[in-house]
Design a protein around this ligand. Structure first.
Ligand SMILES: [Zn+2]
Length: 392
């Protein structure tokens, strides 16, 4: 790969700057010869009123913006260049000089056109140091991974989009990475992640890839040249529809970010009555004994037996001590074991008095049968009897 150092003014780079508000993309610069956001690049994420403003303030103070990298694509006609690194900085400058945001100067909001002429000139005449690279696609992509350590690091899926760029990524991003899409709001009830940082696409890929025994990388490599995303889209929609048809109440916050793909694969062959499921879900989420609210869904999908998923609150030490004393005093009077199950047995343990450390607390009425976690429902059992009793 070849690299050559060039110097451009801000005025030159932002000439003919086009910004797409809907897709949050800086599109073109250098009077049409530069693609600011090639498809493998992430969306513009500096537009937060801080990082974009900081870029302009740096220019006004005469600080350098740091190295920028363009790729010479070797195209026969314009655009010949693509931004490899520096897209966020260039987009910030381009948006500022085209009046898309204001900065504060001497306590007043100023857009580019309201700045004094010397400030405008200072920005426009600032030099940008640009390395222009040319090489094979593979070389450039590999290098792109290496240099993208400055600024905000790429999210893993942003990096994968760069590595496997092509028609499949383009189609997948159009579906899953458009933050303006009305579907994002529905998906956000179940899926964690920022669509602009490719978080939703990452989840969709993970869901479709896992049942095929593939990693996200493996799936993207296999589908890289596909022009459509039918399987990806259908699978994702199926999972979301499945969840929302079983738990029909407005989605609870704890549903966000669960492994719905895995749950779908494990449980979608079973049938559920959505009314019952929704009611039980509400009860469990209201139950103070349930420590792990996120476990409620798999617990119910699995038939309500595996209470480990709920991390049910156990008896506290004071309650255990109290129950132990009550049982032991009574047992000593009758000369029987303080473990009620040993006491009715036939072996040598029938009159054994266990120490508190040798005993464990058990729900008399099982928690799953709505037994509560208080002294009235607490019984101490010896360890072997308690562990033999499954359902707590
Ligand atoms: Zn026992």
């Amino acid at each position: 790969m070849k690299t050559e150092l060039h110097q451009y003014t801000v005025a030159a780079v932002t000439k003919g700057f086009v910004y797409n508000e809907l897709e949050a993309k800086g599109l073109f610069g250098l009077d049409g010869d530069l693609v600011i956001q090639p498809e493998y690049q992430r969306h513009y994420i500096y537009g937060d009123g801080k990082k974009d403003v900081a870029v302009i303030e740096s220019l006004l103070k005469g600080y350098p913006l740091g190295l920028i990298y363009f790729v010479d694509t070797g195209a026969q006609s314009a655009p010949h260049l693509e931004v490899l690194d520096g897209q966020q900085r260039i987009t910030s400058v381009g948006r500022f000089v085209t009046g898309k945001f204001a900065i504060e100067r001497d306590g007043r909001e100023q857009t580019f056109s309201s700045l004094p002429a010397e400030d405008r000139d200072r920005i426009m005449d600032s030099d940008l140091l640009v390395y222009i690279c040319s090489g094979t696609e593979a070389e450039i992509k590999e290098w792109f991974q290496t240099i993208n350590i400055a600024g905000i690091p790429l999210a893993p899926q942003e990096l994968r989009n760069a590595i496997y760029s092509g028609p499949f990524v383009t189609a997948a991003k159009a579906r899953f990475s458009n933050s303006q899409s009305a579907l994002q709001q529905k998906w956000a009830a179940y899926v964690n992640g920022d669509p602009r940082r490719q978080g939703v696409l990452e989840v969709a890929l993970e869901w479709v890839a896992a049942p095929q025994g593939l990693s996200i990388d493996g799936y993207m490599a296999a589908h890289r040249q596909d022009t459509g995303i039918r399987e990806l889209q259908t699978y994702f929609d199926t999972v979301i529809e499945w969840v929302s048809s079983i738990f029909t109440a407005p989605p609870h916050r704890t549903m966000r970010g669960l492994e719905w793909g895995r749950l779908y694969e494990t449980y979608h062959h079973r049938s559920y009555r959505s009314g019952d499921m929704t009611e039980q879900m509400t009860d469990l989420l209201d139950d103070p004994a349930v420590n792990n609210e996120k476990g409620v869904y798999e617990y119910l999908l699995g038939g309500g037996t595996d209470t480990r998923l709920l991390d049910v609150r156990l008896f506290d030490p004071a309650t255990k001590k109290e129950a132990y004393k009550r049982q032991t005093d009574a047992a000593k009077k009758k000369d029987i074991s303080n473990c009620p199950l040993c006491a009715v047995g036939t072996n040598a343990n029938k009159s054994r008095i266990y120490t508190l450390k040798e005993m464990e607390a058990d729900h008399v009425t099982a928690w799953s049968n709505r037994g509560s976690t208080n002294l009235a429902n607490c019984e101490m059992l010896c360890q072997s009897h308690n562990r033999a009793k499954g359902n707590r």
